[in-house]
Design a protein around this ligand. Structure first.
Ligand code: ZN
Length: 252
C-alpha cells in the first residue's frame, strides 16, 4: 500500500490507457516496483509536462484518492532527464533492457535495499559507457543477488566444497556451480574457475560502480551464459527489450 509521502522514482515504462491517461511503472526506494495511474497525462501537460518519459528520474507527489486500487500521481518534478540516452541507440536499448529486467525480477510494491541506487547508477552510466557488455553483466549479477535469486557461484552447490578444478559446470536448476564429483554428467554451462572467481569478486565491488571495470572476453562470454541460464530459470521467456538488443548487436 503506497502512503502519501512524496518519493523519488525512476520511470521504467508506461502504457497509454483510454483516451488521455497513462499507467506508469515506477521504481522507487520506498515501494520498490509499483504501478501508478497518471490521469490526463496525454492531454494536460500542466501537471506532468514532458517529464513522464521512460528512464527519467522524478519526484512523485501522490494523489490521496486511489483509482481502482492503483496509486495515482498528483504531480511530478523532473530530477534527472534521460535525454543523453535518447541520442544513443545502444545506450537506449540497454536502458530499456535494464528497466524491463527490474520490473520482471522484483515483486510489486516490495522494496529491496539498494535496487534503486543500482538502477539509477546504471542509467546515469550508460550515456558514457565504456563497455555495454560489462554494464549488462554487472546489472544482471547485482539485481539477481539483491533479489535473492543468485545461485551458488563460488563453491559447489551440492557438496559445498571450495572449487579447485580449472573447469566446472554451472546448472541453475541444480543450485549453481557443481564440481566434477557432483556433476559427472557434465550437463550445464561449462565455466572456467577463473570466470567464477571474477563473478565473486564483482559482487564485492560497490554496487553503484559501473565504470573502470574491465573483464576478459572469456569472463564476459561465460559470465553472460551463466546469467542467461539463471535469468531464464526465473523469467521463463525472452524479454522484448532483449530481442531488440540482439537485433542491434547483429546489425553492427
Ligand atoms: Zn561438489
Amino acid at each position: 500500500m503506497i502512503d502519501a509521502a512524496p518519493c523519488e522514482a525512476i520511470i521504467l515504462r508506461y502504457t497509454n490507457y483510454g483516451e488521455a491517461d497513462r499507467i506508469v511503472s515506477l521504481l522507487t526506494k520506498e515501494h520498490g516496483v509499483c504501478s501508478a495511474f497518471a490521469r490526463n497525462a496525454r492531454k494536460s501537460r500542466r501537471r506532468f509536462g514532458g517529464a513522464l518519459q521512460p528512464f527519467n528520474r522524478i519526484r512523485v507527489l501522490w494523489q490521496q484518492r486511489r483509482r481502482a486500487g492503483m496509486a495515482q500521481l498528483a504531480e511530478i518534478e523532473l530530477l534527472e532527464a534521460a535525454t543523453p540516452l535518447v541520442s544513443d541507440l545502444d545506450a537506449l536499448s540497454m536502458a530499456a533492457y535494464g528497466c524491463e529486467l527490474v520490473s520482471v525480477l522484483l515483486p510489486e510494491e516490495q522494496p529491496v535495499d539498494d535496487v534503486y541506487r543500482v538502477v539509477a547508477a546504471f542509467l546515469s552510466y550508460l550515456p558514457h559507457a565504456e563497455c555495454f557488455a560489462v554494464s549488462r553483466l554487472l546489472l544482471e549479477l547485482r539485481l539477481l543477488e539483491l533479489a535473492g535469486l543468485l545461485p551458488h557461484i563460488g563453491h559447489c552447490a551440492c557438496c559445498w566444497q571450495p572449487l579447485r578444478d580449472d573447469w566446472l559446470v554451472f546448472d541453475a536448476r541444480r543450485g549453481g556451480t557443481l564440481c566434477p564429483r557432483c556433476a559427472p554428467d557434465g550437463v550445464g554451462v561449462a565455466v572456467a574457475l577463473t570466470t567464477l572467481g571474477s563473478l565473486v569478486r564483482l559482487l564485492r565491488v560497490e554496487p553503484t560502480r559501473f565504470s573502470a571495470i574491465r573483464l576478459s572476453d572469456e569472463t564476459l562470454q561465460q559470465g553472460g551464459a551463466v546469467m542467461h541460464q539463471v535469468l531464464g530459470l526465473h523469467i521463463g521467456r525472452t524479454l522484448k527489450s532483449e530481442q531488440f538488443l540482439r537485433q542491434i548487436q547483429q546489425a553492427l
